[in-house]
Design a protein around this ligand. Structure first.
Ligand SMILES: [Zn+2]
Length: 230
């Protein structure tokens, strides 16, 4: 969809609200509080309330919003959010695989470009990449039809006790953290042997066939999704 204005609100900022509601609601699409939205978007709670009221009152409402119950996406809002996420993840894959961007730089670039690419450009990228299903951070790319397959994984911070896991995905939001994880070999598909730890204390892991131990803080462990086995 082309960039532009809808009413007096930039569609770029609408997109960011819809994406944040989608992401914070999780796979169960739970209602999201305006406080958590304000935190995620880095804006004042009053602006969030204001925007949500506008989105709920639009001719085609993009969200369902009740002041004390929080917000969730309408069918139209969900469709739009998934389209932007598809753009974002295809752009990241393109930058990483075709343009050889470092992994920690693709997110910021995609945050800008996702609002502006045309449907034709999106289709060309997808075709060029062989219609990928996963982006370089391990996240599912929604289909053209707006479906995003759910995957059975847990965050590393939920792991208790020792065990062997495979990294399914790593959050793309913090470039510095991504760079450090990459340097430790903690990337999508890497095998992690959890040797000790907990969400409160952080984890000691062995990566792949590496001999040394790597320390992962509890905070970072919340940004890594893993599947059992490997
Ligand atoms: Zn990203």
């Amino acid at each position: 969809m082309a960039a532009g204005r809808r009413g007096d609100v930039h569609s770029e900022s609408i997109d960011n609200y819809l994406k944040a509601v989608l992401s914070l609601g999780g796979p169960e699409e739970q209602r999201v509080t305006s406080t958590s939205l304000a935190e995620r978007l880095g804006v004042a709670p009053a602006s969030v309330t204001n925007m949500l009221q506008k989105l709920a009152a639009a001719e085609t409402p993009l969200v369902e919003y009740e002041r004390h119950k929080g917000v969730r996406l309408s069918a139209a809002g969900r469709r739009r959010a998934l389209e932007v996420v598809r753009h974002h993840r295809l752009i990241e894959t393109f930058l990483y695989e075709v343009l050889d961007y470092p992994i920690e730089e693709v997110h910021e670039e995609a945050e800008r470009l996702e609002h502006f690419i045309s449907e034709r450009f999106e289709e060309r990228i997808a075709a060029k990449l062989g219609h990928p299903k996963i982006d370089p951070h391990g996240h599912s790319i929604p289909t053209m039809e707006g479906e995003m397959p759910r995957r059975e994984s847990i965050v590393l911070a939920e792991v208790m006790g020792v065990g062997t896991y495979v990294v399914e995905s790593v959050s793309d939001r913090d470039a510095e953290r991504l760079r450090q994880l990459e340097a430790s070999g903690i990337t999508v598909g890497a095998r992690l042997e959890v040797r000790r730890g907990s969400a409160a204390e952080g984890y000691t892991v062995r990566v792949g066939r590496g001999l040394g131990d790597v320390e992962v803080s509890g905070e970072t462990a919340r940004e890594i999704r893993v599947v059992v086995g490997g």
